[in-house]
Structures are given as C-alpha cells and as structure tokens.
Design a protein around this ligand. Structure first.
Ligand code: YSA
Length: 354
C-alpha cells in the first residue's frame, strides 16, 4: 500500500466510524435528514471523499475509488432501514394529531328570536284584524302639518307643549320626529273614503326624561274607525275586546275623561297594574293603574280638515303605548329593558314566550 493509499484508508475509516456512531443517535425523521445531508448528500463527507479522488495519481484512483464507493454503499445500506422506520413513526404521529374526533359533540348554532316589541306588534295586528282593522304604516319623520295642524293643534296652541317635540328642521317647513302615531289619521283619511278601519303600529319620539314607564323613543299603536253612526260605545267595546284578547279576562280596564285637541269627548285608557296586581308599586306610581293610551271621538275639525263631512260621518280614534302593553302582558317592571338590548333579558324572554 502506498503512502497515499494509506492516508485515504485512514480517512475512510474515520468517516465510517463517525457516521456509524452518529447513526446510533438518530431519533426522528428530521435527525435522519440531517445525517443524510452530513454524510451522503451532495455536500456530505463521503461525497467530498469521492470528489477528492480526482487529485490522486491515475494508478491510485481505482483502488481508492473502490474503497470510497464501498463506504458509500455500506453507509447507505445501514441508513435506509433506519430512515424508513423513523419516517413511518413520524407519519403515524402526524396522522394521530390531525385525526378528526367524530365523537366530539358539534357546536350549537345560536338561534335568534323576535324582539318582545315585535312579538307584541304581531299579536296586536292579529287581534285587530279579527276586529276588522287593517294595519298601515307611515313616516317617522313628519311635517308639523300632519303631526299637529291637521289634528286641531295649530301653531301657538298651548297643547303643542304637551308633546315634547324633537325638531329636525325649523327653517321653512317645520319638520319633526313624530311625537305620536296620530299623524297617520289625516294621512289615511286623505287617501281613502269612509268606511275607514285602520291601525298604525310604529315608533314615536319625545324629548322626555326616562323612567320605568317613559322612554324618549317608544312604540305606539294608533287606531281609527270612521263611518256613519259610530259611537263611544264602539270605542269602548273595541278596546275592551282588545284587552280581553291580549291579557285574558282577569285584567281590569278603566276609562276616565281626558283632553286631546283632536277628539271630543276624550278619554284616558288604563289597565290595572300587572306588576303589583293593583296594590300599588313604583311602576304604577302607587295608583294600581297604568295608563295605556288616549282615545275619543274624532273631532269635527279633524274630519273637516281632510275633506270629510262631520254631519255625514263620525268616528273614534285611540293611541296605545305598545311598550306599556308589553310591560303589563309580560310582567316587565321597567320599559327600558326593551331597548337596552341586554342579551340575557332577550334570551329569557324568548324562552318564556316560546
Ligand atoms: C289620543 C286620542 C286619539 O283620538 C288618538 C290618539 C291619542 C293618543 C295621543 N296621540 C297620545 O300620544 N297620547 S299620549 O301622549 O297620552 O300617549 C299615548 C300612550 O303612549 C300613553 O298612554 C303611553 O302608553 C304611551 N306613551 C306616551 N309617552 C310615552 C309612552 N310610552 C313610553 N314612553 C313615553 N315617553
């Protein structure tokens, strides 16, 4: 053996020992990849040994080449089964971690429900439909002409102060957020001829302090019936039947004289407080009764204002507070609960009324 062959043989032995020692320490597929790169890869130690053969004298190359090739084959043979085993283990681990557990319970979708006030409106529309009333809807931003003038409340009339009005425009035509649903009385009568029987559910707005029975934005239900020979008894019977259908026979109702410029005579309509069962509480201000609305026989000025002849036709009208009806129906002691969107209240409510 020449000196050169001797040196190469030592070098091959060193690489073999190092590679085989290192092979024993491999524990994962990524360890195996690193090992392969370090010894058998294009920049690995065995490959650089083979490349170095080119620098040997021609007569030395065949022997040295065989020895280096033998090392390569030997290491590749030792490495292949180990790499296969480590790769199979890695695949097993990955499959186990990515597996879908089909026994896990699914996530329940959140199902919404109608808002209590919407439920109340639907119920009222149904009750009044059975009594022959059709639901119509009108603008929430209204002219003073419909909100006041055509309801017999001209400018400078002191009754305008009763409705704490939110103005949208004061220059030119006076525009307001409607303070009640009553403007739809004139709008409806201008459009159709008697007999008229409509209800108007909708939002109203007032610049008003809030408490358990007052909101600055609330919902009303207007009612209007115009025909020949309509009397106060028709009004009373209609509201009595509505209350019976809505609350059941045990809830008592009360009519007392009241004043509204657009009716003559006028009444206030109240029910006995469902919160304290008429004994008196903070909601009914310790009277045992809660006002639900105003009503009366349509004033001749209003009929004349829309072109009807008050000698030929007459009618009744009413305006009910839907939030207050809902308070009494569902035993809610603060009407602000309907507007502040506390999800727990709405969820309990949806559960309670199914
Ligand atoms: C009267 C006669 C008619 O021929 C027609 C309608 C009316 C009612 C009149 N337009 C009106 O608005 N009267 S009212 O000011 O007494 O309100 C009627 C009802 O709406 C009240 O009884 C109450 O139930 C409700 N309401 C009024 N202001 C409220 C309110 N609800 C909650 N918050 C407020 N701020």
């Amino acid at each position: 053996m020449t000196t050169i062959q001797h040196g190469l043989s030592r070098e091959i032995d060193t690489v073999r020992r190092e590679a085989l020692d290192h092979l024993d320490t491999l524990r994962s597929a990524s360890d195996a990849t690193l090992w392969e790169g370090a010894f058998l890869g294009p920049k690995g130690q065995v490959t650089s040994l083979l490349r170095g053969l080119g620098t040997l004298p021609a007569e030395e190359r065949p022997i040295a080449g065989r020895a280096a090739q033998q090392l390569r084959d030997e290491l590749a043979a030792a490495f292949a089964p180990l790499r296969d085993r480590l790769e199979t283990e890695a695949l097993g681990l990955r499959l186990a971690s990515e597996a879908v557990d089909v026994s896990l319970p699914g996530r329940k979708p959140t199902i919404g429900a109608a808002h209590p006030i919407s439920t109340m409106i639907d119920e009222l529309v149904e009750i009044f439909a059975l009594l022959g009333f059709q639901a119509v809807f009108g603008p929430e931003v209204e002219t003073a002409r419909y909100n006041f003038d055509l309801l017999n409340i001209p400018a400078e009339h002191p009754a305008r102060d009763v409705w704490d009005t939110i103005h949208v425009q004061t220059d030119g035509e006076e525009i307001v957020l409607r303070t009640h649903t009553s403007p739809m009385q004139a709008r409806t009568m201008e459009r159709i001829q008697p007999p008229v029987r409509v209800i108007v559910p909708g939002v109203s707005f007032r610049f008003e302090a809030q408490d358990a029975s007052h909101e600055w934005q609330f919902t009303q239900l207007e009612g209007l019936a115009v025909d020949r020979n309509i009397t106060m008894a028709d009004l009373k019977g209609t509201l009595q039947e509505m209350a019976r259908q809505l609350f059941g026979p045990e809830r008592r109702i009360r009519f007392r004289c009241d004043y509204f410029p657009f009716v003559e005579p006028g009444v206030e309509f109240a029910v006995d407080c469902a919160i304290c069962k008429g004994r008196g509480c903070r909601v009914c201000k310790h009277t045992g009764w809660l006002e639900m609305g105003g009503a009366g026989m349509v004033h001749p000025h209003v009929l004349r204002g829309v072109g009807y002849d008050p000698d030929e036709v007459c009618g009744f009208a009413f305006g009910l507070g839907i939030d207050r009806l809902a308070m009494m129906k569902y035993g809610v002691d603060d009407l602000r609960a309907f507007a502040n969107n506390d999800i727990r209240f709405l969820r309990d409510f949806a559960r309670a009324i199914g």
